[in-house]
Design a protein around this ligand. Sequence first.
Ligand code: ADP
Length: 544
Amino acid sequence: MQGQMMDYQLTLTPMLERARRLFYKKEIATKAGPAMERRTYGEMAERAGRLANTLEKLGVRRGDRVATFAWNNARHLELYFAVPCMGAVLHPINLRLPGEQIAYIVNHADDKVLFVDPTLLPAVEKLAPHLKAVKHFVVMGDKIPETTLNPIHAYEELLKDAASDYAWPRLHENDAAAMCYTSGTTGNPKGVAYSHRAIYLHSFGLSMADSFGICERDTVMPVVPMFHVLAWGTPFVSTMVGAKIVFPGPHLQPRDLAELIQNERVTLTAGVPTLWMGMLALMEKERFDLSSLREMIVGGAAAPQSMIETYEKKHGLKVTHAWGMTEMTPLGTVSKLKSYQIDLPEAERFAIRAKQGTPAMGVEIRAVDENGGEAPWDGKTFGELQVRGPWIISSYYNDDRSPQSFMDGWFRTGDVVTIDPEGYVQIVDRTKDVIKSGGEWISSQDLENAIMAHPKVLEAAVIAVAHPKWQERPLACVVPKPDFKDSITKEEIIEHLRGRFDKMYLPDDVVFIEAVPKTSVGKFDKKVLRQSYREYVLPSVSGG
Ligand code: ADP
């Protein structure tokens, strides 16, 4: 027997319509210089209609790609809805990538129109001669500035001349709504095309109380860029539920963030650990009233347990650790305690919360060992994490590298994990970062987390260095806090680790560096460090 429910397509259009009808008074605030620019969802929906009319006039048709080169702001949100709801495909570009990768991405996606923030014009001007399919540039401001881009339009002028009514077409839920490219740590970036259905279901995923629980009463500040996996889906779910949004624009310094949380009474924010480490360091010196925050979502790279603990114990703020990927829209796991874990001793509670968490409803997980068998959920056995579900990639966009990323219908994440009997995933490492020492695998992330718990340490990255006997051994690259630059010693770092790790896991050497190099989305770039220390001779080799 067949179910007898309507064949209702899961698309983004009802989200936009819902915000227009129910949440028209709710605010979307953007930091623009020292002032805030304020709009409502009512205005957003109206302007999305104008934008769709404009895009149609510029020749954008169903399935065409429309690129954005922009920070997190209200105009970007209008594009987030106007483009997919008219049946075209939104393509936010990671503006921190090297120029040749950006050109590759724009050409690979075949972007027809490119929207650019006024402050980012110079970067696009340089690239323009290499962008093959782009027919129009639109600067996201009031008027056309001095520029070599051609043909160029001003966003507000286009909107002013357009009708606000737009007959949103009926779309199929499997139509592409948006696309993002992975940051391409090896080779060219790979494209991921998100369907309407994936984003729709993912938005429900983010609104579940046991994930981020985003609801109408929230004030959400997406610090994670809108070009980094669609700001982890927060703009869509916020619109769906009518939460107030606070966009930081290009203002991402710790003080900007702390002031925005304080002044706009932000309840939930999301970003990579380096941001929150920076804000924590600032809070050691200055006071802010961040009492409105109910949750800080940290993901994209491992959140050190010490950071989660310090926020909670010193500042009463709850950090929630989550894991995901560009290929997963991106929600994978969220680390929350189960009801019967709440009364566990403090150390055990923090140890659980520092794991990456249990899979969200909609995400199935398994860990696969070196022989292709499933690793037991014992919290000890290492395996590659594989996932499947309705918001997980089934193949890369026009890319012949696709097949090696899949195994029997599962997506291979490239993350080495353990899964414990309660279902909590712990990312041990990226397959390429794990240190292979005499047949044992050493987790660089475990060492980093422990080192970053040292009171004199700001950041630490641990990398593999070649060793004639052991194949690879760990080298700790440590950034001291400014006040301890002159007093920190190698010995105290090793001593600090000694009680926590078996002797064979201890780094063979510690070097002090100015800063850990970061990738385009703010993660530790260990590839660059590995390159710098390729020839490094460990004292255990030189006899030192
Ligand atoms: P990119 O490759 O562009 O950085 P993603 O942002 O999609 O792309 O990165 C996904 C990867 O980031 C994951 O496979 C994982 O290695 C890492 N990652 C994401 N969240 C976490 C986390 N909470 N802890 C550890 N690693 C994480």
